[in-house]
Ligand binder design. Sequence first.
Ligand code: FES
Ligand code: FES
Length: 162
Amino acid sequence: MDQPVRLQVNGREYRLLVPVHRTLLEVLREDLGLVGTKHGCELGECGVCTVLVDGKPTLSCLLLAVDAEGHEVTTIEGLGQDGALHPLQKAFAELGALQCGYCTPAMILTAKALLEENPTPTPEQIRDALSGVFCRCTGYVKIIEAVGTAARHLSAGTSGSR
Ligand code: FES
Ligand code: FES
């Protein structure tokens, strides 16, 4: 059964007719073309499908699209402003905190939520916040460093450019 739904994604409203069982992950990737949100286990275990819903990290594979109505969804495509990368994106790129990049959108969005709640996290707090997102490549050290670097730039009000 299809149901009309109005979604707010990255500040834009989308009106869609979607099957009631369709997940937000499927709608984002397949209907809206926002493929920065990654498709992993679809079981709530790997974390790579994380988006922000009203600013909170949320597994988009476990949320029905119809239940996202009335909430503001942010994907990695909505993070940069006016063509400029977010300081977290810059820090990940400059420190080489990624290899294949599959986990990176979820890592960055989860880190964004952390820094909004706690602008000066300790490495332990960063590790804890990111613990639900699995990276199969990097070993996490650079990822933790990149979040710390971005936190320092954001706190200092600098862009993060070298
Ligand atoms: S795809 Fe693995 S938790 Fe959503
Ligand atoms: S960079 Fe490949 S999964 Fe994290």
